[in-house]
Design a protein around this ligand. Structure first.
Ligand code: C5P
Length: 221
């Protein structure tokens, strides 16, 4: 099946305490986004990328795409105010029934094994969402108390969240809701059962300065 990766990188990244959105910060001399693009380009020769960027950074994104040497496989669009809108903009460029990976531009440590694992399950079952089990103890807080819960039941969700394009397109016809923090939530709301696949603890979302240091160490040399 045809394969598209919608790489969402249209966030402002303010938690990093930096003017530059975090997807453009350098890791071993190259922008974070470069490694995310590279992982998908290398996973499948026939995969095409749709890169969703802030309007003001499209030119910078094009330069990064050029540095991969595979710019002919990469299209660009601008993002929206929410991740939901950014994905919707990217999805409008998927013109063929295909398997669509939606990936956070800042998860530059994603492995080819994980990308392939997601593809296989999504091709068979319609969707594949990578998840890892919580390593910390977990408590749920309500207005007047907090309670311990079994952490083995808590799954931390990663990307690439992977879907048959038509199932994703139908789900994105729904009106935006505030709890649509990922694509699995949107698809689930449309009545589809979500299939979890084993994620990868190294597939970190670079959010805070400490994540950048960790990624410097984890990146294969
Ligand atoms: O803000 P958060 O860390 O959840 O962002 C996850 C990913 O979604 C990031 O790669 C970010 O650039 C992207 N995003 C986007 N458009 C938005 C908000 C976030 O593409 N409006």
């Amino acid at each position: 099946m045809r394969k598209f990766a919608i790489i969402v990188a249209a966030g402002s990244g303010t938690r990093m305490g930096n003017e530059t959105p975090k997807q453009f910060l350098l890791l071993r001399g190259k922008p974070i986004l470069y490694y995310s693009l590279r992982a998908f380009l290398d996973a499948y020769d026939d995969l095409e990328i749709i890169l969703v960027l802030p309007e003001a950074h499209i030119e910078a994104g094009k330069e990064i795409a050029q540095s991969t040497g595979a710019q002919q496989r990469i299209q660009f669009t601008s993002g929206g105010d929410t991740r939901y809108q950014s994905v919707k903009n990217g999805l409008s460029l998927v013109k063929h029934p295909s398997i669509v990976f939606v990936h956070d531009g800042v998860r530059c440590m994603v492995s080819q094994e994980l990308i392939r694992r997601c593809y296989i399950t999504a091709a068979e079952k319609g969707n594949a969402i990578p998840a890892v089990t919580a390593a910390e103890s977990i408590r749920i807080e309500s207005t007047d108390k907090n309670e311990s819960i079994d952490r083995r039941q808590v799954k931390i969700i990663q990307t690439p969240q992977t879907f048959h394009s038509e199932l994703l397109r139908a789900a994105f016809e729904q009106n935006y809701e505030e709890n649509f923090t990922d694509e699995a939530a949107v698809v689930e709301k449309s009545g589809i059962r979500i299939h979890l696949v084993e994620g990868d603890l190294s597939n970190i979302k670079i959010t805070l300065p400490a994540d950048l240091l960790l990624a410097e160490h984890l990146l294969p040399s």
